[in-house]
Design a protein around this ligand. Structure first.
Ligand code: SF4
Length: 356
């Protein structure tokens, strides 16, 4: 059995303990008037099945913003629960079933470093720089962006957010995912020579010659899809279409047929004709779910290794049950609460995005 087959077997063994499943269902029923469960596409099947709404970061942010239930459980990662807390009323509570479920990419932009680079950039140009952060960032980074006339984007709306930023400024500082920033900029016709990845500080001339400054973060799942994966599959299947997430490297995106958010991937694959052949470059739980949903299409993971997001997978039926038991008992140990000032500025940036 190769590594991929082992991964699939492990994946298929994610079976819910029946007792746990029954307890979750019964608590959902008891709490139904005051509980909303949101689930990101990368969650395990045995968790996402309990979600009232599933979606990508943009859809789930919108759901959180319009929710009227007092308790919101976010089956996703830490920054998503923070976003939900920022967008909900003070009398609503947001919970993450596993506090350690973070996002490696979000952790790559630390506020102190961002402030230092920002000072360097603005002291080297008289032009207006608009900070844009991908939603996969900490609440502090979102607040920084909100405070500096900036905005948040998701992989669904990055292109429109670039337009918004370029209507208000001459340059963009894009945080923290260099690849989503790079792929969006290239797609919008910005020359590669006008992109600067901030693993080095640009001098005054380089600042003048740059349109988009890219933080040097990346997704520890999507970075590992490769051009070799694409070439291998194109050699094997003549009519294959390749679709990848916008967090993949620019090399991979350039050689794919489509790129976009998880919602875009789902939409394109759903609308494809029966019998079509697809390779998908995104987190394995979503790929597997699409394989099950469309048995009449050939759907393959782009990589033989079937990459999973380890932190998304930290949320299990047991941890979901625990948070429901807590809510029922009035405990708030798993509540995610963003500090007031941070919340205020982060809310400005998020609200700008939702308006776009
Ligand atoms: S898939 Fe990548 S960007 Fe998404 S939560 Fe996991 S590490 Fe973060």
């Amino acid at each position: 059995m190769n590594t991929f087959e082992k991964g699939v077997q492990a994946y298929k063994s994610e079976k819910t303990d029946l007792k746990v499943q029954k307890e979750i269902e019964s608590l959902k029923e008891i709490l139904k008037d005051k509980l909303l469960i949101l689930g990101h596409h990368y969650q395990r099947d045995d968790v996402i099945r309990f979600a009232d709404f599933t979606g990508d970061s943009l859809i789930l942010s919108q759901k959180a913003a319009s929710a009227d239930k007092p308790h919101i459980v976010f089956c996703g990662v830490y920054f998503m629960a923070e976003c939900a807390d920022i967008l909900t009323r003070d009398d609503q509570r947001v919970y993450l079933p596993e506090r350690l479920a973070g996002c490696a990419m979000a952790d790559m932009a630390v506020l102190e470093d961002v402030k230092m680079i920002w000072e360097h950039l603005i002291s080297n140009t008289g032009e207006k720089i608009i900070p844009v952060t991908y939603i996969n960032s900490s609440a502090e980074i979102k607040a920084f962006v909100g405070e500096h006339d900036g905005i948040i984007c998701t992989s669904s709306n990055a292109s429109r957010i670039f337009d918004w930023a370029m209507e208000r400024g001459n340059k963009i500082l894009f945080l923290p995912d260099q690849y989503l920033g790079m792929n969006t900029a290239i797609d919008k016709g910005i020359a590669v020579s006008r992109l600067w990845t901030l693993d080095q500080l640009p001098n005054k001339t380089q600042v003048a010659d740059t349109t988009v400054f890219l933080w040097n973060g990346y997704c520890s799942v999507h970075k590992y899809f490769s051009v070799d994966d694409i070439q291998r599959l194109r050699a094997q299947y003549q009519d294959i279409k390749i679709i990848v997430h916008g967090e993949c490297t620019a090399d991979v995106v350039q050689r794919s047929d489509y790129f976009g958010s998880t919602s875009t991937i789902i939409k394109i694959v759903s609308e494809a004709p029966k019998g079509s052949v697809w390779a998908i470059g995104t987190e394995q739980h979503l790929v597997h779910r699409l394989q099950e949903r469309f048995p009449g299409k050939t759907i393959l993971p782009l990589s033989l290794f079937g990459f999973q997001c380890s932190t998304m997978s930290m949320i299990t039926p047991k941890s979901l049950l625990k948070v429901l038991q807590d809510i029922h008992a009035g405990r708030t140990d798993l509540q995610i609460s963003v500090e007031k000032t941070i919340k205020r500025y982060a809310n400005i940036a998020l609200t700008r995005m939702l308006a776009v």
